[in-house]
Design a protein. Sequence first.
Length: 313
Amino acid sequence: MTALVTVGEPLAEIALGAEPGAAALGFGGDASNVGVMAARLGAPVRLAARVGDDGLGRRLRAFWAEHGIDATGVRTDADAATGLYVNETEPDGSHRFVYWRSGSAGGRLEPADLGARLFDGLGLLVVTGVTLAVSRSCATAAVVAAERARAASARVVCVLNHRPALRGDVAQLAAFARASDTVIGSREDAAAVFGTGDPAAVRTALADGPRELVLSDGGDPAVAFDGAAGWRQPVPAVPVRNAGGAGDALAGAYLAARLRGEAVDRSLAWGVAAASLSVGRDGCAAGYPSAEEVVALLRELPAAEQLDAGARA
């Protein structure tokens, strides 16, 4: 199987549960989240990133090693600390993020950090909207990585993950998405980037760009398109404890399935199953489900419904 490579900012996480005193060290950063979920489902994963020369950076490396992720492309930056965020679960199941990332190691990624080994046997390169927005050097590294991936005949994936607080260049994200092979995001992200969350309108906005498009919508059905063909996958009714990182879980599971040759509709079901399980736990990557858990829920999901050509999703 070819490899999946993610490019982006890793972060340590403090996951605060809704119960008084409930707290745990966790791990996040949207690009590495995607990689962790894909690795849990058996995909060969490599990371291109930076962490600080500190305890949090070492904990991140240990966490990735536990999942069999190749972190030889992760540079230790002696001049900057590993970034951190708090993921707070509210009693109603919503969540709130608070970040300490300004000047952190993760945002100092640059093209020189992209070693040649990252691109050996590369199948999918994953770049997120956060990677493009967190710093100018990260954005440049992402663009260079995409160019090198295409030269290696790999597919480029854009996970939209638009975060207004980062004040990234929305036009740059839209252009990167149009030039990608696969675009994954929520309808909310799509509305922020393309001015619409309607799947048919998003496909029009992407013009003749990506062949594959995946859009999630919370507890409502997710949709996926492969060229002219499209599918709608119902989302199971599950208790929601903390939805932080669920979109990254969906992306990682979907891409792991695609990497091993699953069809788009079946891959969408894998993504929905993984995301549905992730929302029942505090934290992001540390709370992602195992392959066994995803397979068990997958057996309970109804088959994706094929959309008629031109039908609204």
